[in-house]
Design a protein around this ligand. Sequence first.
Ligand SMILES: NC(=O)c1ccc[n+]([C@@H]2O[C@H](COP(=O)([O-])OP(=O)(O)OC[C@H]3O[C@@H](n4cnc5c(N)ncnc54)[C@H](O)[C@@H]3O)[C@@H](O)[C@H]2O)c1
Ligand SMILES: O=c1ccn([C@@H]2O[C@H](COP(=O)(O)OP(=O)(O)O[C@H]3O[C@H](CO)[C@@H](O)[C@H](O)[C@H]3O)[C@@H](O)[C@H]2O)c(=O)[nH]1
Length: 437
Amino acid sequence: MPYRLTVIGTGYLGITHASCMADLGFEVLGLDIDADKIRRLNNGELPIHEPGLEPVLRRGLDSGRLRFTSSYEEVAAFGDVHFVCVGTPQKKGEYAADVTYMDNAVESLAPLLDRECLVVGKSTVPVGTAERLADKLARLAPAGVGVELAWNPEFLREGFAVEDTLHPDRIVLGVRSDRAEKVLREVYEPLGDVPFVVTDFATSELVKTAANAFLATKISFINAMAEVCEAAHADVKQLSEALSYDDRIGGRFLNAGLGFGGGCLPKDIRAFMARAGELGADQALTFLREVDAINMRRRARMVDLARELAGGSFHGCTVGVLGAAFKPNSDDIRDSPALDVAVTIGHQGGQVTVYDPIALDNARKAHPELNYGESAVEAVRGAHVVLLLTEWQEFLELDPEELGAVVATRRIVDGRNALNSEVWRSAGWHYRALGRP
Ligand SMILES: NC(=O)c1ccc[n+]([C@@H]2O[C@H](COP(=O)([O-])OP(=O)(O)OC[C@H]3O[C@@H](n4cnc5c(N)ncnc54)[C@H](O)[C@@H]3O)[C@@H](O)[C@H]2O)c1
Ligand SMILES: O=c1ccn([C@@H]2O[C@H](COP(=O)(O)OP(=O)(O)O[C@H]3O[C@H](CO)[C@@H](O)[C@H](O)[C@H]3O)[C@@H](O)[C@H]2O)c(=O)[nH]1
C-alpha cells in the first residue's frame, strides 16, 4: 500500500476507520488521549459494542498492520495521511458544537510533523472549521515540510459501521490541491466503485450536516404525522407504509416512535442552527427548531402515555423499561430517548427497572439512580407498566405469555411501533403505541 495511515481519536468512528483501513491492507497507527482505551485496543479488546468490528480489529492486530498508541511523536513520524476523528460534542448549555478537541489534536500534531503528509478531518464540524484548522496547521507545522489539510466527512451508522465503512454510499472530499485529491482517491481505491464528490472545504463540511439535518427532518416529519394520528384516531404505522410505496418518499427513516437520539443527529442539528446563526443565515434553518421540538415532544408523550396506563400517577407504580441504548445493536447511550424517558419517570415517582442486552454497563455508569435487571423478564417482574423503548431483536421475540406471567398488570407501551399489536392484545395485554389507536 502506498501510504501509512494514522487515526487520531479512537472512539466509535476512529476505531472503525482504523480497523477497516488495516483490513484493506494499510499499515495503520491509531492514537487516543485515553490511555485505558489504547491499552484495551492493543489487547484486541473493543471498548465499544459494534457488530462485526472485533474480528476486524483482531485481524489488524494479528497481521501487525494495526497498532494503537498515545504518542503524538510516534504518530507524526509514522503517517503519510492522518485522519482526525476526535469528538465534537454539543457545548454545555449551548447549541453550538465544541470543536476544542479538533483544535487540540491539530495543535498536538502540527509542530511534530517533519515530512510531507496530509491531515484529513473526518469529524462532523461547523462549516468554516476546516479553513480555520488549515490556517492553524500552516502556522504550527514546521516551514517547508509540505503539510496540507483536507476534509473527508464520515457517514457511517452505528450498528452498521463496518459495512458502511467498507461499502459507503459516497465519498466526499474537500480539497485544495490535486495532490490531496490524488492521495485520498488512492487511499479509498480498495473500496472499488464508489461515487466521489470532490469539492471545497465548506461544501464538504456542509454535506455532512445537511445529510443529518435531512435524516432528522424525515424522522420528525413522520413523528409530526404521529401527533396528528393520535388526535385523529388514525394509524401512523399504516400511514408510513402507504407513504413508503412512493419512490419519491421512500420508506427508510420513516419509522414513527420515540424519535432520534445518539451522539450525532440531536447535536448536529443544533450545531447546524448555531452556525447558521453566526453566518447570518439563521432563518434558513428555523425549521430545524421544529424538528428538534417534535423529537423532544415524543419523549414527553411517551411519559404521558405511560402515566395514563399507570392510572394517572407514577407514585406506587413499578415500570419495566426495555432498552437503554439510543438504538438497537449499539451500546451508545448518548442522548438516548429510552434513558431520558426512564429518568423522567423516576423523577416523577415511578420505580423504574431498565434492561438492555448490551448498553446496561454504560447506562449504570451514567444513571446509577435507576434500577437494572439482568434480563427482560427480570426488568418487568412486578411491573404495572412495561415500556419498549429500543427495538432490539430480542424484544421483538418476547413471548407475551411469559412476560405476562411475571408482571403485576399486562400493560405495555410500544415506543418504537415494533411489536405485533394483535399478538399482544390477544394475550390479554393492554397495548398502546405512539401514533396508533
Ligand atoms: N459515532 C458515529 O457513528 C459517527 C459517524 C460519523 C461521524 N461521527 C463524528 O465523528 C466524531 C467522533 O465521534 P465518535 O462517536 O467516534 O466520538 P467518541 O466520543 O466515541 O470518540 C472520540 C474520541 O476522541 C478522543 N480524543 C479527544 N480529544 C483527543 C485528542 N486531542 N487527541 C486524540 N484523541 C482525542 C476521545 O478520547 C475519544 O476516544 C464526531 O465529530 C462525530 O460527530 C460519528
Ligand atoms: O426511522 C427512523 C430511523 C431512526 N430513528 C432513530 O434515529 C436515531 C439515529 O439513528 P441512525 O441514524 O440509524 O443512527 P446513527 O448511528 O446516529 O447515524 C446517524 O448519525 C451518524 C453520525 O453523524 C451518521 O454518520 C449517519 O449517517 C446517521 O444515520 C436513533 O435513535 C433511531 O432510533 C427513528 O426514530 N426512526
